[in-house]
Design a protein around this ligand. Structure first.
Ligand code: ATP
Ligand code: MG
Ligand code: MG
Length: 578
């Protein structure tokens, strides 16, 4: 296996392996987890976290759990659980692992721990580490204080433990309305003046009369994220709990809670430890779930899996490969400093992954008729081209050339610019240009036809029968232009969707900007193209390089054999211009 590029997480894990910090009977020494909340679709930022967590487990023969952090019943749905599982698998990872002890399913739900979470909360109350607060939400907010300003103790902070316990049980029994009481941690006597706001008696249980997608109506109190997360980690024997930098201020509570519960006999040491890395910020996209939802609901895009979306379902439909996303995650590294990664890094990874894989084919996206006037009508000649120019063992493809072809509109200019080497007509005593029709013949432009509006509708040329590619005679023709084409009678009609970046601003929502002002009107263009024969057989998600254009995929929803629909994944070169 290739050596792993070092990063601070790998360094920590390697040091822990060397010191045997997590040697426990029957358990791997590295157990990580990816803990999505099932309240939306995964996006490229989550992909980074998946690649980091599952990747470390893979690299160090460990285990990575998929854990649904489903403690907020109001926003969570089974639909999201299903799409998250699909996306993780599609990215190339699996929560089912084969270990010495046999197969293991490392799929978990925080809601499976509701009984244990509740039991531990009762313990915290009994031990004097938690109390039921009966202030209103407004009073609580006001007494919380601010940065640089100490908070005030709740008048309920010192209520007898038995009273808190009785109230907590009554909360659970459904005797109160939402918001009437809340369970708060009491970390220390002076916690309300802690400089870390997260330590000022954080809420750990609240009342929510809401139906939960897995536990139904069994509960009307739900544990808070900051309480649930460390306990779930400990229950799953997580060794390295990896999250993004904004959770740095939550780590003291994480540590306090697990320390307190270990002392109470709930967990064996060592308990899990939290490590933070900087989140992935990619330019030219937004990843806020709220904004992504807004784009779907307002019809700015055609659903969560619109190929312009940075969701994993969208990227999949666009034709992005799991391998390219994994490569991007690796290449962008794991650090503690926040920064922006240019979208072109992801596009570079796509080209790198697709170039060796994608068979070549020809597509004419903006067709213009080319007529070879001296080519016998009704006849055709077979041309051959490599399936892949760097892998001759993949064989050859064949397609006919005939009198009428389709070429790209911009491969002809009535009045050529300086340095234009493709087709242009004779002018004065200057002959028309000579170009090679790739894999076919050299032709010389002789003229063109216009319709009544002055639009060029056909280009005329003559060909040199001894110039065919691959024959001896072809060497006698030196031309500067080399164009792709498809033979008109046998070309396959197809809808091709030309996708580009959804925004023209590299940071469309930075600093409170309205991202809708930066929408790229050219992010989707639909053309009726002509494709090389054979393309009609493309199966969903089959990828090609259309020569000179870029990489394309048969749309997994709309493409059917016989009626292909292609999406542009990425162009051949980085030619982005806002
Ligand atoms: P929200 O909190 O707005 O609902 P979220 O992006 O935090 O959204 P979660 O489902 O809680 O959604 O995220 C699951 C995991 O993915 C978390 O561990 C989170 O830190 C990680 N994650 C989310 N966005 C990124 C990102 N841009 N880069 C790296 N990791 C990310
Ligand atoms: Mg969340
Ligand atoms: Mg989150």
């Amino acid at each position: 296996a290739p050596a792993l590029a070092p990063n601070f997480l790998r360094n920590i894990i390697e040091a822990d392996l060397a010191s045997g910090a997590h040697v426990r009977p029957g358990l791997p020494q590295v157990i990580t987890r990816f803990p999505p909340e099932p309240n939306g679709y995964l996006h490229v930022g989550h992909a980074k976290s998946i690649c980091v967590n599952f990747g470390l487990a893979r690299d160090y023969q460990g285990q990575c759990n998929l854990r649904f952090d489903d403690t907020n019943p109001a926003k969570e749905e089974q639909e999201y659980v299903d799409t998250i599982m699909d996306s993780v698998k599609w990215l190339g990872f699996d929560w089912e692992s084969k270990t010495a002890n046999g197969e293991q399913n490392n799929l978990h739900y925080a809601s499976d721990y509701f009984d244990q979470l509740y039991e531990m909360a009762e313990y915290l109350i009994t031990a004097g580490y938690a109390y039921v607060d009966s202030q209103s939400a407004e009073e609580m907010a006001a007494n919380r204080g601010n940065f640089g300003q100490a908070g005030k103790n709740s008048p309920y902070r010192d209520r007898p433990r038995e009273e808190s316990l009785a109230l907590f049980r009554a909360m659970k029994a459904g005797q109160f309305k939402d918001g009437e009481h809340i369970l708060r941690a009491k970390i220390s006597e002076d916690a309300m003046s802690s400089p870390n706001m997260n330590l000022r008696d954080p809420a750990i249980y609240r009342i929510r009369h809401a139906h939960h997608h897995r536990t139904g109506d069994a509960w009307c109190i739900y544990p808070m994220y900051d309480y649930t997360h460390p306990i779930s980690d400990a229950l799953e024997n997580i060794t390295h709990s990896i999250c993004t930098l904004e959770f740095q201020d939550h780590r003291p509570f994480y540590d306090w809670l697990l320390d307190t519960l270990s002392a109470g006999g709930f967990f064996a040491r060592p308990v899990p430890h939290q490590y933070e890395f900087s989140r992935l910020n990619l330019t030219y996209i937004v990843t806020s779930k709220r904004k992504l939802r807004q784009m779907v609901e307002e019809g700015i895009v055609d659903g969560w899996d619109d190929p312009r979306m940075p969701t994993l379902v969208g990227m999949r439909r666009r034709g992005y490969t799991p391998e390219a996303i994994q490569l991007m995650a690796e290449r962008t590294g794991v650090t503690k400093s926040d920064g922006w990664i240019d979208y072109s890094v992801l596009e570079g990874c796509l080209r790198e992954d697709l170039d060796p894989k994608a068979p070549r084919s020809v597509a004419v996206l903006r067709p213009l008729k080319l007529i070879i006037d001296n080519f016998p009508e009704g006849e055709s000649v077979e041309c051959t081209a490599p399936v892949h120019p760097h892998f001759p063992e993949r064989g050859l493809r064949t397609f006919p050339i005939s009198r009428e072809l389709w070429i790209e509109e911009d491969d002809f200019m009535e009045v050529p610019n300086k340095g234009y080497f493709r087709l242009y007509p004779p002018a004065g005593d200057k002959p028309g240009s000579r170009v090679r029709l790739r894999y076919g013949y050299v032709v010389e432009c002789t003229g063109f036809d216009k319709d009544e509006n002055g639009k060029v509708i056909a280009v005329h040329c003559t060909y040199f029968p001894d110039s065919k590619s691959g024959t001896e005679g072809s060497a006698n023709y030196k031309v500067k232009g080399n164009m792709h084409w498809v033979s008109a009678p046998t070309a396959i009609a197809a809808e091709v969707r030309l996708y580009d970046r959804l925004f023209t601003d590299p940071q469309p929502d930075a600093g409170g900007k309205d991202f809708k002002l930066a929408l790229n009107p050219l992010a989707k263009e639909v053309v009726q193209a002509w494709l090389e024969p054979g393309a009609e057989n493309a199966v969903a998600e089959q990828r090609f390089q259309f020569e000179r254009h870029g990489y394309f995929v048969a749309d997994r929803v709309d493409s059917t054999p016989g009626k292909p629909v292609f999406n542009r994944i990425v162009t051949l070169k980085d030619s982005w211009q806002p």
